[in-house]
Design a binder for this molecule. Structure first.
Ligand code: ARG
Length: 607
């Protein structure tokens, strides 16, 4: 985009070069790319601030002295300057509002508006969600899903070629646990006969298994005087689940059929939740397809002496040289574990899509797992191993307490969205807006998703967070619904204007000249904020952190509110000004919609 800051960067670079030559310093020319533009903390100080710190060494002067000399030189060279002043180590400049407002709005409302291309030509694969097929998605997945989807959209907006992938961990001991409970107690019931969402149905059997195992272990511990872990390891139902895993790996037809049936239930249910929340993948990978390749890789590493076989037959690796521990790669009974498949999965992925970067969006409790995985893929000789990155995110808790998975006290994703939606419906009813909004249930669902996604993205990924459903839905404050409401308000104003049938031709016939009427403080702040959007997007991409964008959205909403409060739009003093302010509102709406898409917040025309 034509950056309104560029002309100033150029002029400052020229001034610095002139100072350098005058002082007889022999060094490479300073280019505009070396000049950093910041927004001064207080608009009174100027519209842009340029720090001089980085030139001190080269010019052998203190930054404040440089700032003063630059300002003097700017005043000499350009008597028409809009005003540059030295404030300590900064050169602060005041822009010509009329000229800049016009340039920015033409840019934002123009055809190839606000293009960011910082990642053009880069192939990036993003893995996220990656559920196990023994239970439905929970609140933690909701954070994972929206992080992965949002980051993918942001990277795409910066020009990257993206492949969104998901690994379904559909085999292993945990899967056999729900299978075992169902095969022993299910009596041929199905999700349809019980009227339960199919992934929940499978999850209920996992809970059933866990409760039963706990009981068995307690009994055993009491009878034989065993420790808790020992008792659990010997519990008959666990032993039967382990036998089932061996049968599965041996391809036993009955076990395979049961596995297929229950996995199809689990996966179909999860896909429904993905559809509901607007999450999608370009490709699914299945552990059941990749574990063998993973095992082969481990065995190759064993042959090459990278790994060793323990006395009990398990294959392990010693990573003390890398400051990591010993790690088991294959169990003593020969069965694969979680990490085994990750070798095969990664290899297949690179074959399918030779990425420049591969990002795993996975919870922080798996940091160690990914450290080990990346080190081992490198040891195994895959050159792309250095391009693997674990985007580790923190836990989400509800105010009531921690989410737990095994005991069945986990907060299901569907239940949480349902309850947010019901709260939003109640609010619509209370405000007697049912007729206005048209379809309350549909609108409430979108409000629920806006509340959820915005809240989850607002915290930077590394941090643990508390999800407060009530707060997320609040209509005033830093929330998704508040932003959605702003979008609806602008939309309604533009509709009203259209009904009045004015203004549209005005903008056209004046070819953007009317934009230079937008010079009041609140108009000007809003326009500068619009201009900062591409930078917010590229920063979010560079840091893999959508919270940069939610913060931007909040800033934009504050500036818009101030403008809306200070400046009459449809009733402005004259038609030109009204048209200009409408165009400004239109520009805000456009960026709002764009940023909503990037942060997975549904847009609402009415609410
Ligand atoms: N299914 C795993 C779990 O729920 C997460 C998978 C993460 N991705 C991976 N490639 N290992 O804990």
């Amino acid at each position: 985009m034509d950056d309104y800051r560029e002309p100033w960067k150029l002029r400052i670079a020229e001034a610095l070069n002139a100072i350098m030559h005058k002082a007889g310093i022999n060094a490479d020319n300073i280019s505009p790319a070396h000049i950093i533009a910041e927004i001064p903390p207080n608009p009174e100080m100027g519209d842009l601030g340029f720090p001089m710190f980085s030139f001190a060494k080269m010019l052998r002067m203190g930054p404040p002295q440089i700032a003063q000399m630059v300002c003097a030189s700017l005043a000499e060279g350009a008597p028409s300057t809009e005003g540059a002043s030295a404030v300590g180590p900064y050169v602060n400049v005041r822009l010509n509002r009329a000229v800049t407002a016009k340039a920015i709005l033409q840019e934002v409302l123009g055809e190839n508006a606000q293009k960011v291309d910082t990642l053009a030509g880069k192939k990036v694969m993003v893995e996220f969600s990656s559920p196990n097929t023994n239970k439905p998605l929970h609140l933690g997945h909701l954070r994972n899903n929206v992080l992965g989807e949002s980051i993918s959209r942001i990277l795409t907006a910066c020009g990257a070629e993206l492949r969104k992938v998901c690994i379904i961990n559909d085999r292993g001991i945990h899967i056999c646990k729900s299978m075992l409970a169902y095969s022993e107690h299910g009596n041929g019931t199905t999700p349809a006969t019980e009227g339960i969402k199919s992934d929940r149905f499978v999850g209920d059997w996992y809970v059933h298994f866990s409760k039963n195992l706990k009981q068995e272990a307690e009994d055993l511990a009491r009878e034989k005087g065993l420790k808790k872990e020992e008792a659990e390891a010997q519990a008959p139902s666990l032993v039967r689940a382990q036998e089932m895993l061996c049968k599965w790996e041996a391809g036993d037809p009955e076990t395979t059929a049961l596995w297929k049936l229950m996995n199809s239930w689990a996966i179909e249910g999860m896909k429904e939740t993905y559809r509901r929340t607007g999450i999608s993948f370009d490709q699914y990978y299945f552990e059941s397809d990749t574990w063998k390749l993973g095992r082969e890789e481990v065995l190759k590493g064993l042959e090459r002496g990278l790994f060793y076989r323990q006395d009990d037959g398990a294959v392990a690796v010693d990573l003390s040289a890398e400051n990591l521990d010993k790690k088991i790669l294959l169990r003593s009974d020969g069965t694969s574990i979680y990490i085994t498949q990750d070798f095969g999965t990664a290899i297949n992925r690179y074959k399918d899509f030779p990425f420049d970067q591969m990002i795993y969006v996975v919870g922080s409790e798996q940091q160690y797992h990914f450290k080990v995985l990346f080190v081992l893929l490198d040891k195994l000789g895959f050159p792309w191993a250095k391009n693997l990155y674990h985007l580790s995110y923190g836990m989400v808790n509800l105010p009531e307490g921690k989410m737990k998975s095994r005991e069945g006290t986990v907060v299901d994703a569907d239940d949480l969205i349902d309850s947010l939606r019901d709260m939003a419906i109640a609010e619509i009813k209370e405000k007697e807006r049912e007729e206005k909004v048209g379809n309350p249930a549909e609108v409430a669902e979108k409000i629920a998703l806006g509340a959820l996604h915005y809240y989850l993205l607002q915290a930077s990924p590394v941090k643990d967070m508390l999800f407060d459903p009530k707060e997320s839905l609040s209509f005033n404050g830093n929330t998704g619904p508040y932003l959605q409401y702003m979008g609806a308000r602008i939309s309604s104003m533009l509709r009203k204007n259209e009904e009045l049938g004015k203004n549209e031709e005005l903008v056209m016939s004046n070819e953007g000249n009317i934009y230079s009427l937008l010079t009041s403080d609140s108009e000007w702040e809003l326009i500068k904020t619009l201009a900062a959007y591409p930078q917010a997007v590229s920063e979010a991409a560079a840091n893999l952190d959508p919270s940069r964008l939610t913060a931007y959205l909040y800033e934009l909403s504050k500036c818009f509110s101030r403008f809306y409060h200070d400046c009459p739009i449809l009733n402005a003093e004259n038609p030109d000004l009204s048209a200009a302010r409408l165009a400004l509102s239109q520009a805000v709406l456009q960026i709002l919609k764009d940023a909503f898409y990037l942060t997975c917040i549904p847009f609402l025309e009415v609410m």
